[in-house]
Design a protein around this ligand. Structure first.
Ligand code: ZN
Length: 180
């Protein structure tokens, strides 16, 4: 398990619909571990596999002191809605009022391939909707009303992190000296 760099808005993997998990193997358990470690380190209320560059339908959450994960989620949303600020680890330091369903029933699997049902309201419901959107290549800014979205896109374009190339692995001194 390890803390892994989080992909930022503008990375194509965040716009790619993720594939359903079919192999409930050691690699999947490692992915759930990496997601959990990275989410706790950030810290964040949730993290989806595409944010680590892995296009699989897996997310983790940490809401109201409950840490968990869900695989291949299918959501049933309430008609009742909630308002509130929402942010995203792939859109650092920005938050905007985002309308979401008040309650959600999410059916899916755990990392052992057993069926699980995750029910939540308010913050957990918001988190489940946000993370499941990531699995469909949807960012929370897509959910904003037109005016707020314009404001959000402007803030993103002006953000220091936007458009920066990902951190490069440095050439070792040995490699440099051997070339020159
Ligand atoms: Zn997010």
């Amino acid at each position: 398990m390890s803390v892994t760099p989080i992909r930022l808005f503008g990375d194509p993997v965040l716009r790619t619909p993720a594939e359903p998990v079919v192999d409930f193997d050691a690699e999947l358990r490692r992915l759930v571990g990496d997601l959990t470690d990275t989410m706790l380190d950030a810290p964040g209320a949730g993290l989806a596999a595409p944010q680590l560059g892995v296009s699989l339908r897996v997310f983790t959450y940490d809401v109201d002191d409950e840490i968990g994960h869900l695989i291949n989620p299918v959501l049933d949303l309430s008609d009742e809605m909630q308002e509130g600020d929402e942010g995203c680890l792939s859109v650092p330091d920005l938050a905007f009022n985002t309308r979401r369903s008040m309650r959600v029933v999410a059916k899916g699997m755990n990392m052992h391939g057993e069926p699980v049902v995750l029910e939540g309201s308010e913050l957990l419901a918001r988190c489940i909707q946000h993370e499941t959107d990531h699995l469909d290549g949807i960012m929370f800014v897509d959910r904003l009303d037109a005016e707020t979205r314009k404001e959000a896109m402007k803030a993103i374009r002006e953000a220091e992190w936007f458009g920066q190339p990902p951190a490069q692995v440095k050439l070792s001194p040995h490699r440099i000296s051997s070339r020159w």
